[in-house]
Every structure is written in C-alpha cells, then in structure tokens.
Ligand binder design. Sequence first.
Ligand SMILES: *Cc1c(COP(=O)(O)O)cnc(C)c1O
Length: 442
Amino acid sequence: MHQFNAQVEELAAAILEYSLERLKSDPPLDAPKTEAELKELAGETITESGMGGIAALNLFKEVLAPACISTDHPRYLAFIPSAPSESANLFDLVVGASALYGGSWLEGAGAVYAENQALAWLASLANFPETSRGVFLQGGTIGNLSALVAARDKARKTHPEIEKWAVITTSLAHSSIYSASEIMDIELIKLEDSYKLQETINHYQSKPKHGICAVVATAGSTNLGIIDDLISIGIAANKNHIWFHVDGAYGLAGLVSEKVRPLFVGLELADSFIVDPHKWLFAPFDACALIYKNPKDGKDAHTQHATYLDTLNQDDEFNPSDYGIQLTRRARGLPFWFSVAAHGTKEYEAALDHTMDIALQAAQLIKEHPNLELLMEPKLSIVAFTRKGWELSDYENWSDTLLSDQIAFVTPSAHNGVPILRFAIVNPWTQISDIKIILDRL
Ligand SMILES: *Cc1c(COP(=O)(O)O)cnc(C)c1O
C-alpha cells in the first residue's frame, strides 16, 4: 500500500540522518535573512514538476535552516527559549509518522490516554481534584482564550440578565489576555493592587447589567518571572463566585520543583490554569496544557455540534476537542508525555532546579560586575538587569552585534519604562560558562 520505493527509501535515510545530526550536535546560533536575500538564495521553490525530495531537503539544510535562529542554543536567552529533551524531540518524529488524530477518544484513545496521564500529573502538582481534566492546545494564547470563553459561557448561563461582561486582571498580565478580551469583545480591567480586587468587583457590578466573568492572575510573568498573590486573589474570586484563571504559561512549570512549589499556594483555588510544556517543561513547540477544575464547564462551552460529529458525542467518552478552541487536533501533548514517562518526575525536577541554580549564579555574577545592576533577585529562572549609562539604542546595538558575532541571542526588554536586559534560563544545557561569555561583553 505504501509507496516506499527506492527513491523514498533514499529520502527516508537522508531525513533521518539529518534529524539525528541536528539532535546530536551543538546547533549553530544562526540568524534571520531578509526576504530579498532568501529569494536570491532559495528562488522559487514550487514548480509544476517538483524539485524532488533530496533537493528540497538540501535547500532546507543549506539555505532555510541557517536562516532560523536555533531556539535551543544554550546561549539563546531571549524571550522564552525552547529546550526540548532528546526523548521529547525524538518522539515528536514518531507522532509525525503515526497520523494520530488527537481530537476524539474514538479515533485516538491510546494517545489521549497518555496525554491525560501527563495532564493528571500537572493537575496533581497544582492540588487540583482527581476529577479535573484538560487538554493540550497550541499555546498559551489559545489556552487563555479557551479558559476565558468557558468562564464567560458559565457566567452567561448563570446570569442571563447581564449584558456587559468584563475580566479583571493584574499589571502582570500577558499580552494574550488583552488579545482574548479584544476577541471576546469584553472589557478588561487592570488591577493596580490585588488588595483592591473586592472594591473593583463591587464597583463594576454596581452598574446595571454589568458583571465580572473572570479574574486572571499570572503565575510567573514572562518579563521578570514575578508571581501574583494567588491566595488573596483566589479567595476574593471564590467568595464572589467569579471564575479564577491562572496564567502560568511559563512559570507554573515551577510546580515540578519542591523548592519553588510553595510560591504557587493559592493555585488550588483556581477554576482553570495553563502551563506551556514548550516553555520550561522540555517539550518541543507547540503545546499548552489547559486544565479545568470542573471539566463540564469546558465541555459546555467548547463542544461543537454538527450532524457528522454527533456520533462522537453520544457516549461519555473523553474527547479533547471539547475543551478548547479547536476541532482537528495533533496529539501535541505526546512528546511531553513521552519525555516525562521516560525520564521520570525526579529527573524533571533536577533539570528545573539546575536552570534555577544557573539563574541564581548569573544574578550573583551580575551583582559583582562593575557595569551592571541586578533589577531583582530571580524568583524563578529569569534574570533581569541593566547596564549603567546605557540607553535603548546602546542595548539594541549590543544585542545585534552579539547575534551577528554568533555569540548569543539576548534582546532588550523594559521595566517601568526603563530598558533592561534579561536572561530567560529554561535550557538545562545553559551553563554558567555561557553566562560568563555574555557578561564579558558588557
Ligand atoms: C508565553 C506566555 C503566554 C503565551 O503563550 P504562547 O504559547 O506563546 O501562545 C501567555 N502567558 C504567559 C504568562 C506567557 O509567558
């Protein structure tokens, strides 16, 4: 049935060889090129007769891949890097080769079972009840949006008289919360002080037909790794019967480490939370775990109905597509499941602790550095600092040169309107010697 002829065999060998080589060796940092440069180098790639698999692979190897920054390079410390374990990356090849459908139990029971095991582990670390359930979605943006849509759906059903809904969040909120409120066409209220939550709820809900459908807290801000006061926010949300969502796309990976797990007390008060295994849990792009305390809330909001789908909805089977904004679904949680299943949770904890240890050592080196000032002690694995006397353009020029010299990828950010540098350390291959190489250039 499969047309695995000699030509395809040759391509298979070449692709596996390339993939293994990429996984085994230290990747070059690389850098982007302009569209004009790529046009010059790669030309038109889509033709009537095709260029053949080997030629297309060579084009990727020689032209396209070097125009992509290696996000798993140990000195890629910008944004949030990617650091998939070897086993997660290798298993991603298996997921790709297996044509798995991860949307329904009927089609993907085995894959869904394994994904659910990984989700149950995360739920247990969060002190969520055993009845909680979730789904792996594309990323934190879709995860937050899916949770907030479920929150509003429930609020609407409970309070059909309300016409104007709002979400309250804190100053740590990620841009995806703003984007979700735009998509949902609801108001977003930014809380300056989490102790003002009750007052803010009262004020908004005293207006006729106005209601708060969710309160969102951040567990590990993307810029600095700061955690909201989950206890006081959670208590106030629960008392007012308002959905409490915790965005931990980056930071909630910290649940795996006994050392920092206490920072997340209060998470158990949430109705839903997210964490991205593609950030600090050693899984490849792209996967966000969204977990609901009461799974029915997710299902009521997200199940799609159509004559051709109704056969999926007749039994009580667990269909991942019912829990987020998606229908067709890659079993995108499987590389993460495989990695945890293979390594065990202890090794996960050790890898996380190692990244936090490097962050602390980096902070110490920054404090000792004559030209640098540490912004704050790292809470998780993000280290933020400033260079004395530098303006934004100095930071930008330094960052550009660092990349063009193929040393590292570190980009400027800002805090309270002041430009800063930050290292996001999620890669267990990042060593203190890597940090020193960068600090020497400051
Ligand atoms: C990264 C991040 C997101 C967005 O996640 P994506 O996977 O990039 O869509 C949301 N919230 C926080 C706190 C994040 O760090």
